[in-house]
Design a protein around this ligand. Structure first.
Ligand code: GAL
Length: 683
């Protein structure tokens, strides 16, 4: 440290004392300091993007090796990773050699960072395989909390095998110990809905002329509510008590309907534009999918219960609509539960559900009876990812079967299609991975176009969701093969620590987001979710409250499909407050269908801004960092040229009129989500 002024005698004495300590301290071993190895600490608190922390070896269980140098001790991890270590002033020094493990042998880049009591004290810069190890040597006297971080350096986490080699603490007092990610109080930001009616849901709704039509008007407020509508096409009926509109989609054209909801506390109205034409999903689909909660344990009874709870919890009143079964409803050739094993198809080739699903049509009927919609899942390959029946060579019959049963949504998941993609028989050796190249684009588009064309021929509106993890830039051709949304990446279930990175990647494809065509970064996993790796029973999700607000804010600003995928029977007030803020959902469901644009402010903070149909803007200020951060939204970044009304959407609070910039302190991994409505300056 530089001391700019002359020192007082007391100060000089202190400095000498300090220097003596330092000199003594440098000879740690001699001065009685004890070495505590990082690899000897409890690594269950280490959070990382892939695999499990390794002691004295790299992530792939090979010797820790950086640029040819082998280290006997250390911790092998994988970006992105964080480890919090409580020092409580007892540690003198931390030393290590960091780098990417040689076994990664790929294009992965990482950055190692160390923060002490919130201040950055080490930054490796970008490192990759072959970069010589960098020495970390930190004086930590008096420090309380240390954070060891490995970031993905902005290119995703593939091949990011990161080693904290030779990592050790020299300790004279209290021993360092790892601690979990800091906890936060789960503050409910969204006020409870009042007793007067409030009509939510999309302002525009697409259907195909002549097909069955079903729409439950999402409405909050004390029941009973009496519904009415002006301008409803004659082929449709509105049930005044339930608010369910049903019938046959009208002739091609646009119909402006005024919906009205009345109870003893008041009346609400809202315009809904029904567009009978070729495009479905004019706003991002919303609902629930069973996968991350129940995996291969799903049953008909659980699906019905989810539909019941979608109504009783109020989720349907803000726009959640689809109740979707994922993998494992069919039969499998082999599975550990015999009730899911059997003949895949009947003599006519029709798919046979397993013993937990007595009647797929009755299940869809039940979901429809609530005014909700039913979704189903299968793969274009011979088998699904979990090894259940796929549609390969039965595509036409399956499309018809799903329509006959009454399903409104199909998720079509690539899974084993690789085995047949190049014309090989199922069971032949795996064809080379797509990333290794060698396949024509048509190999990727073919199965999806085949099913897309078949779905269009059904006398039913079936929203079509592609799941192939973003291969071959699916966003560029998804709409052309008839899809309404497509997963842009692998399973988020494995990457919950990376919601910001996954969102930033997804937002890169914003040019392809528009009504009827949505980039899908996967489901919302908050509340109680299953353990993605072990297929274990639901448990509280690992995300902090602020991370959960950020999650929904990102999905809302990106116009991503919002499918909750946690355990519906375990919804608590906090989770519902995150899922069910109608002002946040309105940003997601805005008819313009725009995915927000990203402005990166610095390593930690970024802004996502989205234009809304009424001329206002939605803006999120996000903090990816591990400590609170200041951020400012300058008006030009939001596309504003004059004063605007500022509203905090999570708190549903007006913050007055401002000409910018808007400044906020963002909590760790947190967000401020705003709606900015331009006002004419007073003359
Ligand atoms: C994965 C898919 C998941 C889930 C799972 C079912 O490929 O990405 O969302 O559907 O298969 O086995």
């Amino acid at each position: 440290m530089i001391e700019p002024k002359a020192q007082s005698p007391l100060r000089a004495r202190t400095t000498i004392h300090f220097l003596t300590l330092l000199i003594l301290g440098l000879g740690f071993q001699g001065s009685g300091a004890e070495t505590v190895w990082l690899d000897s600490l409890d690594l269950s608190n280490l959070r990382q993007g892939w695999g499990r922390p390794q002691v004295n070896r790299a992530i792939r269980e090979t010797p820790l090796t950086i640029a040819g140098k082998v280290f006997a001790r250390g911790v092998g991890t994988h970006a992105t990773s964080t480890l919090w270590v409580q020092l409580d002033g007892g540690t003198e020094r931390f030393t290590a050699n960091v780098g990417v493990d040689d076994a990664a042998a790929g294009p992965g880049t990482v950055i190692f960072r160390v923060l002490a009591d919130g201040r950055r004290v080490f930054d490796s810069g970008v490192m990759k395989t072959g970069t010589p190890p960098k020495a970390v040597n930190l004086d930590l006297r008096g420090r309380k909390l240390l954070l060891l971080q490995v970031l993905d350096a902005g290119d995703g986490i593939a091949f990011d095998h990161a080693n904290w080699a030779d990592a050790r603490f020299e300790v004279t007092g209290v021993k360092p110990k790892t601690v979990p990610v800091p906890t936060e109080e789960a503050v409910i930001l969204t006020p409870r809905p009042g007793p007067a009616p409030r009509i939510n849901g999309p302002k525009v709704y697409g259907c195909r002329p002549g097909n069955p039509f079903l729409y439950r008007i999402p409405t909050q407020g004390e029941r009973p509510i009496t519904f009415s509508a002006k301008g409803l096409p004659k082929s449709l009926n509105l049930d005044a008590e339930t608010g369910i509109i049903a019938g046959q989609a009208p002739l091609r054209g646009e119909y402006e309907v005024t919906l009205r909801a009345k109870n003893r506390h008041g009346t609400a109205t809202r315009t809904l534009r029904i567009i009978a034409g070729d495009t479905l999903a004019l706003t991002p689909p919303m609902g629930w999918n069973h996968w991350y909660a129940h995996y291969d344990r799903i049953t008909d009874a659980m699906m019905r219960e989810a539909a019941d709870i979608m109504i009783s919890s109020g989720m349907a009143d803000v726009g959640y609509q689809y109740v979707n079964v994922d993998d494992c409803w069919m039969m499998a050739p082999k599975h550990n539960d015999p009730l899911r094993v059997g003949r895949l198809r009947d003599a006519q080739g029709v798919l046979l559900p397993n013993k937990y699903f007595p009647d797929m049509k009755l299940l869809a009927d039940y979901i429809h009876s609530k005014g909700l919609k039913a979704g189903i899942y299968i793969s274009p390959g011979p088998l699904t990812c979990a090894g259940f029946a796929g549609s390969w060579q039965h595509e036409a019959l399956d499309a018809k079967t799903f329509a006959d049963w009454g399903y409104d949504f199909l998720k079509y998941d690539w899974c084993s299609y690789s085995r047949v993609a190049d014309g090989r028989e199922p069971g032949a050796d795996q064809v080379p991975n797509w990333a290794q190249g060698g396949r024509r684009l048509e190999v990727y588009t073919h199965p999806y176009k085949l099913m897309g064309d078949l779905l269009k021929q059904q006398p039913r509106d079936i929203v079509y969701n592609l799941c192939q993890y973003g291969m071959a830039n699916v966003w560029e051709w998804g709409e052309a093969v008839g899809a309404h949304c497509w997963r842009t990446a692998g399973d988020l279930g494995f990457e919950l620590d990376r919601i910001f990175e996954v969102a930033l990647k997804n937002a890169e494809h914003r040019a392809w987001s528009r009504p009827g065509a949505w980039n899908d970064p996967d489901y919302i996993q908050i509340g109680w979710i299953g353990n993605a790796r072990g297929g274990g029973l639901p448990q509280p999700c690992p995300l902090t409250p602020n991370e959960q607000y950020s999650y929904l804010s990102l999905w809302a600003l990106m116009a991503a499909p919002i499918f909750y995928s946690g355990d519906m029977t375990k919804l608590d007030d906090f989770t519902l407050n995150v899922l069910c803020n109608p002002e946040v959902i309105e940003v997601n469901q805005d008819p313009l269908g725009q995915c927000g644009a990203v402005s990166v402010l610095n390593d930690e903070t970024f802004i996502l801004v989205k234009d809304l149909e009424d001329g206002s803007k939605a803006a999120g200020l996000f903090n990816r960092g591990e400590f609170p951060a200041e951020a400012a939204l300058p008006w030009p970044v939001a596309g504003l040229t004059g004063p605007a009304k500022v509203r905090d959407l999570w708190r549903q609070q007006d913050l007055g009129v401002s000409s910018g910039p808007y400044r906020a302190t963002l909590p760790r991994h947190g967000v401020v989500l705003l709606r900015l409505t331009p006002v004419r300056a007073a003359k």
